[in-house]
Write a protein that binds this ligand. Structure first.
Ligand SMILES: C[S@@+](CC[C@H](N)C(=O)[O-])C[C@H]1O[C@@H](n2cnc3c(N)ncnc32)[C@H](O)[C@@H]1O
Ligand SMILES: Nc1nc2[nH]cc(C(=O)O)c2c(=O)[nH]1
Ligand code: SF4
Ligand SMILES: [Mg+2]
Length: 242
């Protein structure tokens, strides 16, 4: 069996973002990313600072740890990172999770395709706007969305763009125009990753949320969309493992 680099296994908690926001879920966070977003809230997955915490685990070992941590208090597992789409054999984990009665969600940025995307129940693709410092490879994104469409998986797929400024709004409009039939989410960007008091962060992020709502309401190109904050950031602030 293949081993996967795991940085965190936690929960049950709620999915704080996007298409299944509020859903009770466990999290598996893999190490390693092909991007380096300026505002990444999970930099420890790729900047080397948590290198000694990475554990190489088989799918069975991950399920055992999920069960040890969450008991029988979960039936949904979200895989995030880093970019879990760097892991070619992750189908092994998805199969083990499905076989044990779980639904499986995945968070990725849309830079790499994997064949196992078609077995994900809740697939979130989060292309990165200009504020991240990353450049979108539209060919890759077209290929990913096109393959999901041909495989009849668009019902299981969503796009989620994190917004920090006006340029990011323009980028979100472009993404939504390019893939109009995919469930589309705009998410408040957290620009204060150092704040360690949850209530201070919540007050700040709620102001950002109001700004984002105002922008989307005023846009003629963002109609069939949803606007959300990171609910976990409102409740627990910048705490890790929630
Ligand atoms: C940490 S990433 C891991 C998965 C994948 N690498 C990706 O970016 O989609 C999970 C989600 O958190 C979002 N995110 C990261 N930093 C953020 C921040 N400072 N504020 C709001 N959302 C953020 C990402 O855009 C992504 O949708
Ligand atoms: N509660 C909670 N919801 C989340 N949604 C996406 C997360 C992520 O870091 O990928 C995340 C996370 O870390 N915690
Ligand atoms: S793609 Fe995701 S994990 Fe990678 S740097 Fe950007 S936000 Fe962080
Ligand atoms: Mg997060």
């Amino acid at each position: 069996m293949n081993k996967f680099p795991v940085l965190e296994i936690f929960g049950p908690t709620i999915q704080g973002e996007g298409m299944v926001v509020g859903r009770k879920t466990m999290f598996v966070r893999t190490a390693g990313c092909d991007y380096s977003c300026s505002w990444c809230d999970s930099k420890f997955t790729w900047d080397g600072s948590a290198k000694q915490e990475i554990v190489r685990m088989t799918a069975d070992e991950i399920l055992a740890k999920l069960t040890e941590t969450g008991g029988d208090k979960f039936d949904h597992v979200t895989i995030s990172g880093g970019n879990p789409a760097l892991l070619k054999n992750l189908n092994e984990l998805i199969d083990v999770l499905h076989d044990s009665g779980n639904e499986v969600a995945l968070e990725t940025q849309g830079s790499r395709w994997q064949d196992w995307f078609i077995s994900i129940d809740d697939l979130t693709i989060s292309p990165k706007p200009p504020s991240s410092g990353m450049i979108t490879n539209w060919k890759s994104l077209d290929h990913i969305i096109g393959t999901l469409r041909e495989s009849n998986r668009l019902k299981n797929t969503s796009l989620k763009v994190v917004i920090f400024n006006d340029e990011d709004i323009k980028y979100a409009e472009k993404v939504h125009e390019r893939y109009p039939d995919i469930s589309f989410f705009l998410q408040v960007g957290n620009d204060d990753l150092e704040e360690n008091k949850a209530t201070n962060l919540a007050n700040h992020l709620l102001e950002k949320y109001e700004w984002l709502i105002d922008k989307v309401v005023a846009s003629t190109k963002l109609n069939h969309v949803r606007v959300l904050p990171q609910v976990h950031a409102l409740v627990w602030g910048n705490k890790r493992g929630v």
